[in-house]
Design a protein around this ligand. Structure first.
Ligand SMILES: Nc1ncnc2c1ncn2[C@@H]1O[C@H](COP(=O)(O)OP(=O)(O)O)[C@@H](O)[C@H]1O
Ligand SMILES: [Mg+2]
Length: 264
């Protein structure tokens, strides 16, 4: 590889929040934040545990940016490709999340700093807490890795599952879904995910109430971030994320009994 190729910085624009994410050779450079040392400890724990579905933490570069390994493949950016909305992809995603939770279960950092965010249920793991399509890397139509651990924080496994299903079942008003997600059968997909993850019957009963609570929390916390942090958060808010959360909550209220049938 020539010096020029190595030095080239290629903007990565799949995300919607962090400015200045670039690829440099086989690495990604991102701005640091107060939680970066804790996130790197998390990524090192995952590496030691043999979990391959996350970037490796490679330190800080001469410009003060974090260095992560670049994961080959495609992030499932919108509009979602057909392979990202299949039942097979959902099953593989559930297994990947289960593997992540099992790998992180014995990670007990001392004095860690995590990004603020809502939480429901007992603290069991450091959850990823942001498993959107843009933060999942696919290879040959199969989800192989999570990226963007910026929102990782102590939470329950179920909260991480609920956050994931919000985007992937999806628990969303059809109006706001990606075109290929508009006609999917959400109830059967919830069951499929729970079966592939191996979720307990008790947690299945808590899933929809927690999703409902989470909508109220994420409405307030996203608005707060837009007001206090501005930047990508303010753009998200200006683009109507608050109204989408409100519509999703109303859709869940209207469909909760039907969805519940698939979780018993
Ligand atoms: N480690 C990585 N490997 C491969 N692609 C990455 C990696 N990190 C980021 N990307 C790409 O860059 C995009 C934006 O990065 P991300 O870390 O998700 O930033 P944001 O905080 O803005 O969501 C992702 O959607 C993905 O396409
Ligand atoms: Mg992202």
């Amino acid at each position: 590889m020539s010096i020029w190729t190595e030095a080239a910085e290629i903007p990565l624009t799949g995300g919607d929040v962090t400015d200045g994410v670039v690829r440099v050779g086989r690495t990604v450079r991102r701005p640091t934040r107060p939680s970066t040392p804790s996130v790197h400890a998390l990524l090192r724990h995952l590496e030691a545990a043999g979990f391959d579905g996350a970037p490796r933490a490679l330190g800080i570069d001469e410009s003060g940016r974090e260095i992560l390994s670049y994961i080959e493949g495609e992030a499932a950016v919108r509009p979602l490709p057909a392979y990202a909305v299949t039942d097979a992809a959902l099953v593989a995603l559930a297994r990947l999340l289960r593997d992540y939770h099992d790998a992180v279960a014995d990670f007990r950092p001392v004095g860690a700093i995590w990004e603020d965010g809502s939480n429901c249920g007992p603290v069991e793991v450091i959850g990823h807490c942001d498993i959107t399509p843009e933060n999942v890397i696919f290879r040959s139509g199969v989800p192989v890795a999570f990226i963007d651990f910026d929102l990782a924080r102590p939470t329950s496994r179920l909260f991480d599952i609920v956050t994931t299903l919000r985007h992937w079942a999806p628990i969303a008003d059809p109006l706001d879904r990606d075109p290929l997600q508009r006609t999917v059968k959400v109830g059967p997909r919830l069951r499929l995910f729970c079966d592939a993850y191996g979720l307990s019957p008790a947690d299945r009963l808590r899933l929809l109430p927690m999703a409902r609570t989470r909508f109220d929390q994420s409405y307030l916390s996203t608005r707060h971030k837009a007001e206090t942090l501005g930047g990508g958060w303010a753009t998200l808010w200006a683009n109507g994320v608050g109204q989408r959360i409100r519509r999703a909550a109303a859709w869940l209220d209207a469909n909760e009994d039907l969805l519940h049938e698939h979780l018993i």
